[in-house]
Design a protein. Sequence first.
Length: 346
Amino acid sequence: MGIKLKKTYTFAVVSALYIMLFSASLLTLIQLLFFQFSWGLTLIFSVGILIFSFFVIQYRSELFIYQRVKKIYDDVSLLDSTTLRSQSITTDMATLEREVKKYATDKKVELENLKEREEYRREFMGNVSHELKTPLFTVQGYIDTLIDGVKDKEIRKKYLNRAQKGVERLVYIVEDLDMIAKLEMGELTLDYSEFNIVDLIQSVFDMLEMQADKKNIILMFDRKYSKDIKVKADKEKIRQVLINLVMNSVKYGKENGTTEVTIEDLVKNKVIVRIRDNGEGIEKQFIPRLFERFFRVDKSGARSEGGSGLGLSIVKHIIERHDEKIYVESEFGSGSEFSFTLEKAK
């Protein structure tokens, strides 16, 4: 058990003394009635009976208690009973009580965790069902209409295009789920290289410029970075992180707003990239769950801005796969800031 137990011999000592007194009295009586009384013989006999009785009673007591305690351990699966030694159990009931209480506490925590996991599993399955059901019904609706017969070629083409978009959305969700599964199981390998993070961010700005223009959102750096800032990471995975974070800031940003990126030295060998917007922000109670798969702040179930609902979860897994950290700060009504660390190139 790894714990040194305090043994008590009171029961064995007292019992042995009673046996010794009884035996010594009986021996004395026999000597007085039939033989010549001898103090030496009586003393040696008494000491021998005391020692013998003590060890026999102590051994039997420990064996009795050990068997009962071992059964308790077996019944509650507290420890592997085959590893128990009788010397470590003996009569120390206080240690057993502590172990049982600890077992009960651990089981209570385990049950609470299982309840949370079950709740998370139900919510996750419901979200998966919702996310897959919407495009599936869309595709089914257009295909059923086409099967019924649509003579107008333009309408047929329009319906086919919409069905194709529904299929693309399904593929998008499945691919994101597959990526998360690979990241969680450690099956997705990272291709490390050294690159200029400023250039990568600018390329993401260029890619998302049209989406930002629809809401008159300006994609910008906090200042001009005249020197390269080299980092070491998987360039394409970090590109995916930046696309997700910048796209989110555009989706949930205010019209005529800004998405600002800052790159700062954190410690000697780290930089931190901050993506800040002045959008609607996030209420505090939702922040701890932002990186859960399919989690929506909007509980209406509608995903009017599109996406698979897996973007932030993928972002978190990619950053953690790099052994880096990701942070989020937000004030409801004032905007949000997502930031993550990267290793500097030497």
